[in-house]
Design a binder for this molecule. Structure first.
Ligand code: SF4
Length: 470
């Protein structure tokens, strides 16, 4: 938030930190407040209270959240904290002047704290709010969160502690939101959860009624219905589980993008065991081969942790060899960070920082070579591109292999009038290590949006590309 502006009544500021799942929570809170007639302030002085939606996945994310809370207290004074850190007692101890602190998904507590600090200006006028709710993403794509929390117990992660056990939304509830998003102009739905393949297990995969059809709370059934809405459907965080096999026929039918984000984290059975991840790496390679046999243009994205406690040089080389065999399309990498409260911190044989950094560089060099070769093979190919930005010389878009914020982009050159949200056909004329340059061929689908790209936008490049935190 910036620091100056005029002051009006019932104006709330919000600072949203962390992953796409936290962003969706911020959007829900904004939607609830807007329905009650609150206005959203763009700066501290224009706000009568400020909500800080925090992230606590890594210590660096906790530090950023603490810094944001301190700044909001200094600049505004009336601060409501929510999100991953909100449920942590340490927050109220450290900042006793907070108006309220609540955990992730506790929207009612946030709204109540806002009511206490700044009474609602008038009775609800639901028609003031778009049916699709308020969003922090551009109008042409949106995140769709289908469950909250996680039932796994990975030793490096405190998300189950922060966000609790998995709670899934009924399928009809999700489909209703998805339909409203599509009707509002969304062209790409990014379906997110900590583990999409586990969706609905807590509901025992029970059915709910969607337009006269009983739809099971189970990923393949949900994706089938989402695919019928006629927009790009992209899945983030799938496990190499038999349920993922059932998505392949849906890709062949064009109901979901041939893109899977699978956070493998490592390949060495020994390290995976210490991480408390399922160690199926042989079967996983087999599974990848089978998937690619059925969907040759399948794009696989993953993230890895190097320098995990006990990771030997042999384990690390195993990972590099696995990467060569898997030929993943998009890879993000973290060095192991001891997050406060994570069981992995107590493991023996912690890896020195220098070794972690070196391994990170070695892994990224291997992946850069794999990625560059894959990009080169696209030269001359015809691809579909969703336009994210337009400027004087062309525009920037994404192919089906590029998720926003975390993957590469397609630079579009040529004399064609582009509009944000269009899906066009383009021919690849140049390949870089992670990005492509393409010439638009013809406009496939038109869509007009009043949204203009921010002037300070920096396109993603390998230097700024970060793995999504999960
Ligand atoms: S890393 Fe992901 S799957 Fe593992 S416990 Fe954390 S949120 Fe759950």
């Amino acid at each position: 938030m910036s620091k100056t502006s005029s002051k009006k009544s019932a104006r709330i500021g919000i600072i949203s930190l962390g992953c796409a799942k936290a962003l969706v929570d911020s959007e829900r809170i904004l939607t609830l407040l807007k329905m009650e007639g609150y206005e959203i302030a763009a700066d501290y002085q224009g706000a009568q209270a400020v909500i800080v939606n925090t992230c606590g996945f890594l210590d660096s994310a906790r530090a950023e959240s603490f810094q944001a809370i301190a700044e909001a207290l200094d600049e505004n004074g009336k601060v409501i904290v929510t999100g991953c850190l909100g449920g942590d007692e340490a927050v109220l101890k450290r900042f006793p002047k907070l108006l309220s602190a609540s955990g992730p998904g506790q929207f009612e507590r946030v709204v109540k704290a806002v009511h206490d600090a700044v009474p609602p200006p008038h009775a609800p006028y639901l028609d003031l709010v778009p049916a699709a709710g308020l969003r922090l993403t551009p109008p042409h794509y949106a995140y769709l969160k289908i469950s909250e929390g996680c039932d796994h117990a990975c030793s490096f992660c405190i998300i189950p502690h922060l966000r609790g056990k998995q709670i899934s939304r009924p399928a009809a509830d999700i489909l209703k939101e998805a339909e409203a998003l599509v009707q509002s102009g969304v062209r790409e739905l990014l379906v997110i959860a900590q583990d999409l393949t586990a969706y609905g297990t807590d509901l025992k995969h029970s059915e709910s009624d969607w337009k006269g059809r009983a739809v099971k709370a189970r990923l393949p059934e949900l994706v089938f219905e989402l695919g019928r809405l006629g927009v790009w459907v992209r899945l983030h965080y799938v496990y190499p589980h038999p349920i993922a096999d059932e998505l392949i026929p849906l890709m062949r039918q064009g109901l979901v993008l041939p893109y899977l984000d699978i956070p493998f984290q490592h390949a060495s059975p020994k390290v995976l065991k210490a991480m408390r991840r399922p160690s199926y790496q042989d079967r996983t390679l087999e599974r990848i081969r089978k998937w690619r046999g059925q969907v040759p243009d399948l794009v696989l994205r993953s993230t890895f942790i190097v320098g995990f406690p006990g990771e030997s040089e042999e384990d690390f080389r195993f990972l590099l060899e696995w990467l060569e065999a898997a030929q993943l399309d998009r890879v993000g990498c973290f060095t192991f960070e001891a997050v406060e409260g994570a069981p992995a911190n107590a493991l023996p044989d912690q890896v020195p920082e220098k070794v972690k950094k070196k391994r990170w560089e070695r892994l990224m060099a291997v992946q850069q070579r794999i990625s560059a070769a894959k990009m080169n093979r696209k030269l001359g190919q015809r691809i579909e591109v969703l336009i994210d930005e337009v400027d004087a010389w062309g525009g920037i878009g994404r192919s089906i292999g590029d998720s926003p914020e975390v993957d590469g982009v397609v630079h579009l050159v040529g004399d064609l009038h582009l509009t944000v949200g269009d899906i066009i056909d383009a021919e690849v004329v140049k390949a870089e290590d992670y990005d492509l340059v393409a010439k638009p061929l013809q406009c496939l689908k038109n869509w007009s949006a009043s949204w203009a790209p921010p002037t300070n936008h920096k396109p993603i490049s390998p230097a700024t590309m970060k793995p999504r935190v999960r």
